[in-house]
Design a protein around this ligand. Structure first.
Ligand SMILES: [Zn+2]
Length: 108
């Protein structure tokens, strides 16, 4: 039950911040201890634009931040945040493939 609650806060964090950044939240699904929030990028943003990459990094980070705010440090044992970090690393590669480490640290 505790993991389901953490997953709910995690996915809600993605959805709320996505909505605040004008992404169209399509769905939020919780299944056991994992979940998924699906949002559409605003039409004025292109996936490879730095502004879109930065916005999406913020949305990815929001899941773990919301989880920690509501569930404390014990939420750090969940693996969902690692997937988000991988997505942020991918965004860093889009922003500047020659300096991924610096961009990645800036996005975190
Ligand atoms: Zn997440």
């Amino acid at each position: 039950m505790k993991d389901c609650r953490a997953a709910a806060f995690h996915e809600a964090g993605h959805a709320v911040v996505g909505w605040a950044l004008h992404y169209q939240v399509q769905s939020v699904r919780i299944e056991g201890a994992s979940g998924r929030a699906h949002s559409l990028r605003p039409t004025h943003l292109v996936a490879t634009d730095i502004k879109a990459c930065e916005a999406e990094a913020i949305i990815y980070r929001a899941g773990k931040v919301a989880e920690r705010m509501h569930c404390g440090a014990s939420a750090d044992t969940r693996s969902a945040g690692f997937i988000d970090l991988e997505e942020i690393r991918t965004l860093a590669m889009v922003i500047d493939p020659t300096d991924v480490c610096s961009v990645y640290r800036r996005l975190l």
